[in-house]
Design a protein around this ligand. Structure first.
Ligand code: GDD
Length: 336
């Protein structure tokens, strides 16, 4: 039986990765950051029998000794390093915490692989945010990076740590450069889930106004469940490599709002521009723009060219933007 270690198992990607690996017959260990209430994040949405099949180790990725001990004791065939401070907006307010978790956490794992478990394969959760102000559209594995947030800078260090340990010490380190991937278990601070939750609440009678930031921001949005398969495929290759995963289709935040409210049975009518733009349903204001949710800088024009993953991994996204919006809103309506 193959063994996998997943950091960040209580997050969105951990939720899908844990199920994917269990279905494939892996022995799965997950690292969970200790918290007072012993909450298990997204894993709490899985059936109890599924969670019981996962071995949980409580500790922090920034604790080198803890990481060394876990990796030495488990000697995993594959390590999926998904733990991170992953919210770009937060990283502008808390750059140091972001850099510590994302850089030191990654260093601790690649170093533990080198020192105590050199046969373990390592996956690093890289990101399209590395491209920042992209110099070329669409972006592939050879497009230069220009990170535009403390988060992106921390991920750039992780990307290079992975490459450096691969080149210097021969570890199997793969970088996934993943474009935005969302789902019904996405954290509510991310824009897609913020919208799907609000649309579901309003469908169920709430009379709130959804406040958003930059409605013109354009993202390449896919379904997280499709992406964990891509991560796994990267780890099955003969040689470690870097791969872009995305959909190759761009949509604005406004498109997401329109799609989500349509699924909730509400057709939005837009009035005004920029900061004064508002969305109305049946004459009632339901969406507005607030400066609170703008970032000092935006990473723009990020569009995936995933042809390498298609060619070498046989990977392509299975879920369209419309299907993604629908599944998220329908799930939230059911839960509300
Ligand atoms: N969160 C948020 N809230 N974003 C908003 C809002 C709002 O009210 N209004 C507009 N946006 C815009 C943001 O400015 C950004 O351009 C876009 O919506 C998406 O924001 P997020 O959903 O917060 O995601 P992200 O693109 O910054 O980052 C996500 O994707 C990256 C690429 O895969 C995160 O998952 C990162 O960890 C990941 O690396």
């Amino acid at each position: 039986m193959k063994k996998a270690l997943v950091t960040g198992i209580t997050g969105q990607d951990g939720y899908f990765m844990a199920q994917f690996l269990l279905d494939k017959g892996y022995d799965v260990t997950g690292i969970v950051r200790r918290n007072r209430d012993m909450r298990l994040g997204t894993l709490e949405m899985l059936p109890r029998e599924t969670v019981q099949r996962i071995k949980l180790e409580h500790g922090d990725v920034t604790d080198a000794q803890f990481i060394n001990n876990v990796i030495k004791a488990t000697e995993p065939d594959e390590i999926y390093h998904l733990a991170a401070q992953s919210f770009v907006g937060y990283s502008f307010h808390n750059p140091q915490a972001t850099l510590e978790t994302n850089i030191i956490g990654t260093l601790n794992i690649v170093n533990a692989v080198k020192e105590v478990s050199p046969k373990s394969r390592f996956y690093f959760a890289g990101t399209s945010e590395l491209y920042g102000t992209a110099e070329k559209v669409p972006q592939d594995e050879s497009t230069p990076f220009h990170p535009r947030s403390p988060y992106a800078i921390s991920k750039l260090a992780g990307y290079w740590l992975t490459k450096n340990y691969r080149e210097a010490y021969g570890i199997f380190g793969a970088n996934g450069i993943l474009f935005n991937h969302e789902s019904e278990v996405r954290g509510p601070e991310f824009v897609t889930r913020k919208i799907s939750l609000a649309a579901a609440r309003m469908h169920n009678g709430s009379r709130e106004v959804l406040e958003l930031g930059n409605m013109n921001a354009r993202k390449d949005w896919g379904y997280a469940k499709d992406y964990v398969e891509g991560m796994w495929l990267m780890m099955q290759q003969k040689e470690p490599d870097d791969f872009v995963l995305g959909t190759g289709v761009l949509h604005t935040v406004r498109d997401f709002v329109e799609g989500a409210f349509e699924v909730a049975g509400m057709n939005i009518e837009w009035k005004g521009n920029d900061m004064n733009e508002k969305g109305f349903y049946n004459g009632r204001e339901v969406v507005s723009v607030s400066s609170k949710f703008f970032r000092p800088l935006e990473a723009d024009n990020m569009l995936a060219d995933y042809s390498k993953a298609k060619r070498l991994l046989g990977w392509k996204p299975k879920t369209t933007f419309e299907e993604l919006v629908k599944l998220m809103v329908e799930s939230d309506i059911k839960k509300a």
